[in-house]
Design a protein around this ligand. Structure first.
Ligand code: URA
Length: 216
């Protein structure tokens, strides 16, 4: 299932336009904050689908029957580009547990690449809601590898994926490989280059958020 958060115009449409815009995206702080804000909206939308329980709350004037989130989700992100989106989710799911996965493209001389999973830090996942954030859903291979790892690690009850920009090829790959995953995206683009970049996309999300890196 794919939910396009900008299928109706909202504040998200403006933030997506800013992270794409070459003039504006070079302001790193604004770029990170816009991703964070997209994560916040996604957190709110996902929260509407979760399970709540009754809680009696003592106010200064009486007792109020409130509803609170029954179980905290696990927020998982793919380093390093996922961090701002993750922070946005964490701003709203502020009591969540967190998982960090380093999945990166190991480039070959011919321009092809394999996905390598390196550092992983993960809480108990058994029967829990897991929300994975990664700003760009391009080929989908790092995401699927991450999902498979987390699923094998502890059988989550639900897996949600939050991305800023997804391309149709990546969405189809995730849907084929992991049909039960729900994908929440800020925008959907049609094209993917041979090097795995989304067009029009926005460029390299990790570099825009944190600066360029040397190729390992
Ligand atoms: N990762 C990025 O940062 N940008 C793309 O276009 C694809 C993957």
């Amino acid at each position: 299932m794919v939910i396009n958060l900008s299928s109706e115009c909202s504040l998200i449409s403006g933030w997506i336009s800013e992270i794409r815009d070459v003039q504006i995206q070079s302001d790193r702080m604004r770029f990170r904050r816009n991703l964070e804000r997209i994560g916040e909206i996604a957190a709110y939308e996902i929260s509407r689908k979760l399970v709540y329980e009754e809680k009696e709350v003592q106010t200064p004037l009486g007792i109020s029957q409130c509803k609170v989130l029954k179980d905290q989700p696990v927020l998982a992100t793919i380093l390093r580009a996922g961090l701002p989106l993750h922070q946005g989710l964490l701003n709203y799911f502020d009591k969540a547990d967190n998982a960090f996965i380093s999945a990166y493209r190991k480039h070959n001389h011919d321009g092809s690449f394999e996905i390598s999973l390196d550092y992983i830090s993960c809480p108990e996942l058994e029967n829990r809601v897991v929300i994975i954030s990664d700003p760009m859903l391009a080929t989908g291979s790092s995401l699927v590898k991450t999902i498979q790892y987390l699923r094998d690690e502890g059988h989550p009850s639900e897996i949600h994926v939050v991305v800023a920009i997804a391309c149709t090829v990546g969405i189809e790959y995730v849907k084929r490989s992991e049909p039960h995953v729900k994908i929440w995206c800020g925008a959907i683009d049609e094209e993917l280059t041979a090097k795995g970049y989304i067009v029009p996309g926005l460029g390299d999300a990790g570099d825009l958020a944190f600066g360029t890196k040397v190729q390992m």
